[in-house]
Design a protein around this ligand. Structure first.
Ligand code: SF4
Ligand code: SF4
Ligand code: SF4
Length: 221
């Protein structure tokens, strides 16, 4: 298994239901500034018309995760399925992982006095098969699934839609797949010219290769 998520971000309406559901599911303080999941907002104008872009985001569950490599106590580790976890009992709050993460996906959770981040709701996958954010989103932005399951909904979707990654050049091999918008104007507005666009057939061998190398370090959950 190699868990990942596709984001059809063109459908995001910034309602923040996913953020509330995530906090409820994972015990993150309501009202906390930093949290496991967020909607990035950028504003601009095209031909004099103002626009707002919305990029729902969270930890990318990177296959080559620098946050894990730098952790001096193995508090940050990866479990079967390729989910990056933090053991709060081992975290000494050195914040090396926070500095190493290019996505600013980690924060200090004051309730457990340790670093925290999205875990793809690992505790509920077996029972519900998906994350709280996917289950709550009214416009079906997110699709959680297994990159190794050719018959699963995630792979079927990625075979039909092109996608890109945020900050791909950081080389962390991220697993949030942003689906290229079908609307041409929206595509121009939200995807910069330098962004690499990928297809499933082209990217799958590379992800398999990195997984084969890094999964030897995955711990049984
Ligand atoms: Fe680590 Fe950041 Fe990648 Fe998440 S997004 S796995 S916290 S480097
Ligand atoms: Fe590891 Fe905690 Fe330090 Fe992060 S803050 S690198 S999880 S010990
Ligand atoms: Fe966007 Fe869905 Fe989150 Fe609402 S629940 S902010 S539509 S991703």
């Amino acid at each position: 298994m190699n868990y990942a998520m596709a984001l059809d971000y063109q459908n995001c309406i910034n309602c923040k239901a996913c953020e509330v559901a995530c906090k409820e599911e994972n015990g993150v303080q309501l009202g906390a500034d930093k949290q496991r999941i967020w909607v990035g907002v950028t504003e601009g104008t095209t031909f004099g018309k103002p626009y707002v872009n919305l990029y729902p985001s969270q930890c990318n569950q990177c296959l080559d995760a620098p946050c894990v490599s730098v952790c001096p106590t193995n508090a940050s580790h990866i479990i079967d399925g390729g989910i990056v976890m933090v053991d709060p009992t081992k975290c000494i709050l050195c914040k090396g992982c926070m500095e190493a993460c290019p996505y600013d996906a980690r924060f200090v959770d004051d309730t457990v006095v340790a670093v925290d981040k999205c875990t793809f709701c690992n505790q509920r996958i077996d029972e519900y098969g998906t994350t709280a954010c996917q289950a709550t989103c009214p416009t079906k932005v997110r699709l959680f699934g297994d990159l190794d399951d050719e018959e699963g909904d995630l792979v079927k979707l990625l075979k039909t839609r092109k996608f890109f990654f945020q900050k791909e050049s950081e080389g962390t091999v991220p697993k949030l797949f942003y689906l290229v918008p079908e609307d041409e104007n929206f595509l121009i507005q939200t995807v910069s010219k330098n962004t690499k666009i990928h297809t499933w057939d082209e990217i799958k061998p590379y992800y398999d290769q990195v997984k084969a190398k890094r999964s030897q370090e995955w711990k049984k959950s």
